[in-house]
Design a protein around this ligand. Structure first.
Ligand SMILES: [Zn+2]
Length: 79
C-alpha cells in the first residue's frame, strides 16, 4: 500500500514538472512586444538625405521627408 502511495507521489511530481516545463516553453515562445535588437526601419529624407526612423518621417507620394518644411521646400522647388 505504501508503495502505491509512493508511485502516486512520483506521478504527481512528474505531472508538476511537465506542467512547469510547458509553462516555461510557452512563456519563451510568447510573442513579445518589439523584439530588442531588431532595428526599426530607417528611411531617408528625399530633400536633405538625413536618415530617420520611419515612424518619425512624413510619407507623401511614396517619398519620405524628415519634416513638413522639407516636404514643402521639395515640392515647391523640385530638382
Ligand atoms: Zn530633410
Amino acid at each position: 500500500m505504501s508503495r502505491l502511495l509512493f508511485l502516486f507521489a512520483i506521478a504527481v511530481i512528474v505531472y508538476l514538472l511537465l506542467k512547469s516545463f510547458r509553462n516555461r516553453m510557452s512563456g519563451k515562445n510568447a510573442p513579445g512586444e518589439n523584439t530588442p535588437g531588431q532595428a526599426e526601419d530607417m528611411v531617408r529624407c528625399v530633400h536633405c538625405g538625413v536618415h530617420l526612423p520611419k515612424h518619425e518621417s512624413i510619407l507623401v507620394d511614396n517619398k519620405f521627408y524628415c519634416s513638413k518644411a522639407h516636404h514643402r521646400i521639395h515640392t515647391e522647388k523640385p530638382e
